[in-house]
Write a protein that binds this ligand. Structure first.
Ligand SMILES: Cc1cc2nc3c(=O)[nH]c(=O)nc-3n(C[C@H](O)[C@H](O)[C@H](O)COP(=O)(O)OP(=O)(O)OC[C@H]3O[C@@H](n4cnc5c(N)ncnc54)[C@H](O)[C@@H]3O)c2cc1C
Length: 490
């Protein structure tokens, strides 16, 4: 896309200020606040808008498109692949003001929400009806349904319940030319075509989601929550493969390596665990009282046979929460280590997890970099975290090699670059290792057909621009989008 002259951009800004009033800003303070996400890469947008409804979104897309300005949709900015970072400048569309639960149809178990609704707020809103919304990214208290749909977010419950994709039954979205499309249960009269699967997981590059219809399910009544500790991570990984092969109906199957567990334990309880443990599993079954009790004893027997030294089952809700607190604290606990952290969420078939863990150990030893692992193992989704010192160019060079080898291993084992975080800007340079040339070309043709001027979230997924990590010096992640000299301020 040819980006506009500053004169054209200024004219578009004047027009949007007139049309949107306080829902539009090109003040530097606002631009800085919306220049980064959880990756902490910083690219300054030209402006920020907080649409109040679909007409605002249409106005923004049309005006920005006509001026050649990119439009970057944004939820809560918790994305781990830079999806909502405006790498080519333009206007960030933040959905804080479109955050209403529009309807809950308990009889048909469907909720209709605006994209800015926070994931956990929806779950809390339907709990009193005996219903729940299962997709539960660890960021659930902050991340939005719009962001979850755009990434098809998963979470600990994915193993039994699937990802966001499995719950989207209707969408309203705005295309790059400003036309509004309704699909699935939101389309009236309902016809055969359902566009939701194409747009779910498209990372804001094909359309802007303005309304989502989501399937709800019955709230499970009983849980059995187990914590199992192993002398090695490999044994914990083998237990995952064994539980999967046995077909046990686990709802959650999370793995943590010893160091990750120790950090999370310290974060929650103020001290490291008394007993050394190199791998741990959090396993949860859900259903009726009888079925979970039976499942729990089978799981306990199986993990013991796989070498677990300590298996503990939560005896009440308080103990269940204690176990979950460890898992939920992993991200903040690792962030406290102070090192720069490259977090990649590869996926492999569950039977390949033990082999992947061995490869990860080899990469770590060969490149002399600590690599910590945790994640939704029941879904084959491992978060591999390369820990490195800030300010060491040599470590950064080795980390780059490590990322390449970890991706290569995942793909060669029949897996994928991402289990849930998407491609964004951080994995784009590796996409050709996962997709065939035909699949890449098809993806590019779909993008061109829907967004010929590359207005929506440009510079993501199909880009040859390397991960910004590698062009920066040693963990200082500030860059500028557009050609604005004030960008240096961020
Ligand atoms: C501590 C932590 C834990 C996490 N745990 C998980 C996890 O367990 N599982 C998981 O899947 N992810 C996880 N993530 C990653 C992240 O939370 C998810 O990707 C989440 O779906 C992003 O939602 P968001 O609202 O923050 O979106 P953002 O980060 O703001 O945006 C993400 C993408 O969505 C697009 N987008 C946003 N709104 C719209 C819209 N209305 N229309 C079109 N596109 C839109 C953006 O352009 C961008 O490409 C975690 C992140 C953190 C920081």
């Amino acid at each position: 896309m040819m980006r506009p002259s500053s004169q054209k951009a200024r004219a578009a800004a004047r027009s949007l200020r007139r049309a949107l009033g306080s829902a539009f800003s090109d003040r530097i303070e606002d631009r800085i606040c919306y220049s980064f996400d959880a990756t902490d890469f910083r690219f300054l947008p030209d402006a920020v808008a907080w649409p109040r409804g679909v007409p605002d979104v249409v106005e923004l897309v049309r005006t920005a498109g006509a001026a050649g300005l990119p439009v970057v949709p944004r939820g809560a900015g918790t994305g781990y692949t830079g999806g909502s970072v405006p790498v080519e400048g333009g206007i960030v569309l933040s959905f804080e003001r479109m955050a209403r639960i529009l309807a809950v149809d308990a009889r048909n178990r469907v909720a209709v929400v605006e994209p800015g609704v926070v994931n956990d707020d929806l779950r809390n809103a339907v709990a009193s009806l005996g219903l729940t919304y299962p997709p539960d990214p660890a960021s659930l208290k902050v991340s939005t349904i719009g962001g979850n749909v755009a990434e098809s977010a998963g979470g600990p419950k994915t193993v039994l319940h699937g990802t966001t994709r499995d719950y989207v039954v209707g969408l309203e979205f705005v295309l790059a030319d400003g036309s509004i499309v309704l699909t699935g249960v939101l389309a009236a009269p309902r016809r055969g075509w359902d566009g939701a699967p194409l747009f779910t997981g498209s990372e804001g590059t094909l359309a802007i989601v303005t309304k989502v219809a989501l399937r709800l399910t019955e709230r499970p009544r009983s849980f059995a929550t187990l914590w199992a500790e192993f002398p090695s991570l490999e044994q914990a990984a083998s237990a995952v493969a064994a539980i999967t092969a046995a077909g046990l109906p686990v709802g959650v199957l999370e793995i943590l390596d010893g160091e990750t567990y120790a950090c999370a334990h310290e974060y929650v309880r103020g001290c490291r665990p008394e007993r050394a443990c190199e791998g741990a599993l959090l396993i949860e079954l859900e259903g009726t009282g009888e079925s979970v009790a039976d499942g729990a004893s089978r799981v306990a027997a199986l993990v013991s046979a796989e070498g677990a030294r300590g298996v503990r089952e939560a005896s009440d809700e308080e103990e269940r929460e204690e176990i979950w607190a460890i898992r939920r604290s992993v991200s903040p606990a690792l962030a406290r280590l102070g090192a720069a952290k490259i977090n990649e969420d590869i996926a492999v078939p569950r039977s390949a997890i033990p082999a992947y863990v061995r490869t990860m150990r080899e990469v770590s030893a060969n490149l002399r970099l600590p690599i910590l692992a945790f994640g939704h193992a029941g879904d084959g989704n491992l978060h591999v975290n390369i820990m490195l010192e800030k300010g060491s160019p040599a470590e950064f060079e080795r980390a780059r090699k490590a990322v390449g080898r970890l991706f290569e291993a995942a793909v060669s084992m029949g897996g994928a670059l991402s289990g849930e975080h998407g491609i964004g800007i951080t994995k784009a340079e590796h996409l050709a290792s996962e997709l065939s040339p035909v699949a890449l070309d098809l993806t590019a043709r779909v993008k061109r057909a829907l967004d010929p001027e590359d207005t929506l979230n440009p510079g993501k997924i199909l880009t040859t621009t390397p991960n910004p990590w590698w062009s920066l010096s040693c963990g200082e992640r500030s860059e500028s989008g557009g050609d604005d000299s004030e960008a240096a301020a961020c």
